[in-house]
Ligand binder design. Structure first.
Ligand code: ZN
Length: 307
């Protein structure tokens, strides 16, 4: 198979030394570049009118101009004029991958889905919610009627859930191990279930969760993605921060466990004939090569399943 993966050096906003290792986009692209079955393609950026389907004009304008600064930096990145073009490009990557998945069955963007971003502000290093921006754009283009998001970042996908509330054609499932809203750090995390809505559901992984336990919870919840009928598209956030070495992770999951997770998600999509586009998500291990390894393994699992 040939897997088209969307990436552009412009994904890397100039945020300086930051806990979010934004250089990982480039490191993952470099690691995949030598794979003859993977084609790395630059996406087109999303436009302001694409963003306006999801985000308020006041918030978009703040990120574009840097004013008011507190709103422009609500995602906790230092604002610069280069921020806005960069986040339009990463959101464009999600859209390009989603569009390609509709045509070719599977694709990826080497950018995050930015699941904490809400309509009128950013949170947790997420400026604009690329998942919902991409889905709204595809719907406007007449390419999808309904879609699902499977979020397996360590942190609860609060932004996606909030945006899903007013969009009954989206189903968002977040399987998470760290309570984002309460912002508990490290292993001081309780098992919390966020409120479910008619079209968004959250399943917590308990502290010290091992691979077999995570897979059982995933297996139990995957049918939810089909309950309202087969979605036209599945977006998959393959987070690297559930890794046991991650400073935020209270889980007991190694590289093989996360790769087994990815493989199962791809098998699920393939067996039900659902086009799937995957994106990177959080990963904060001080040794960034650990984060890159998780994302490269997602690509390997994808190729194995769709070979
Ligand atoms: Zn995260």
């Amino acid at each position: 198979m040939s897997l088209r993966v969307f990436y552009d050096p412009g994904f890397e906003a100039p945020i300086g030394e930051h806990i979010m290792p934004i250089r990982k986009f480039r490191l993952v692209a470099d690691a995949l570049r030598n794979d003859s079955c993977i084609e790395i393609v630059p996406p087109a950026p999303v436009t302001e009118s694409d963003l306006r389907r999801v985000h308020t004009s006041a918030y978009i304008e703040a990120v574009r101009t840097g004013d008011p600064r507190a709103l422009a930096e609500s995602q906790k990145f230092p604002w610069s004029p280069a921020l806005f073009p960069s986040v339009c490009l990463t959101n464009g990557g999600v859209h390009a991958a989603a569009l390609t998945a509709l045509d070719e069955g599977v694709s990826a963007a080497l950018a995050s889905g930015f699941h904490h971003a809400c309509a009128d502000h950013g949170e947790g290093f997420c400026t604009f919610n690329g998942l919902v921006v991409a889905l709204e754009k595809l719907r406007a283009e007449g390419r999808i009627r309904r879609a699902a998001v499977l979020d397996m970042d360590l942190h609860y996908g609060n932004g996606t859930a909030a945006l899903a509330e007013s969009r009954d054609w989206i189903f968002a499932l977040s399987i998470y191990g760290s309570d984002y809203w309460e912002n508990h750090a490290f292993t001081d995390v309780r098992t919390t279930r966020h409120p479910a809505g008619p079209n968004h559901f959250a399943a917590p992984l308990p502290n010290n969760c091992r691979g077999d336990e995570m897979r059982a919870i995933l297996e139990r919840n995957l049918p939810l993605l089909l309950e309202r009928g087969r979605p036209d598209l599945l977006l998959y956030q393959a987070g690297a921060d559930p890794l046991r070495d991650d400073p935020y992770s209270p889980l007991d999951l190694g590289h093989a466990d996360l790769m087994a997770r990815d493989r199962r998600v791809f098998e699920f999509a393939k067996s039900h004939g659902i086009p799937i586009a995957w994106v990177l998500a959080g990963g904060y291990t001080p040794d960034t090569s650990q984060v890159v390894a998780v994302h490269v393994n997602t690509a390997r699992a994808c190729r194995e399943v769709f070979a």
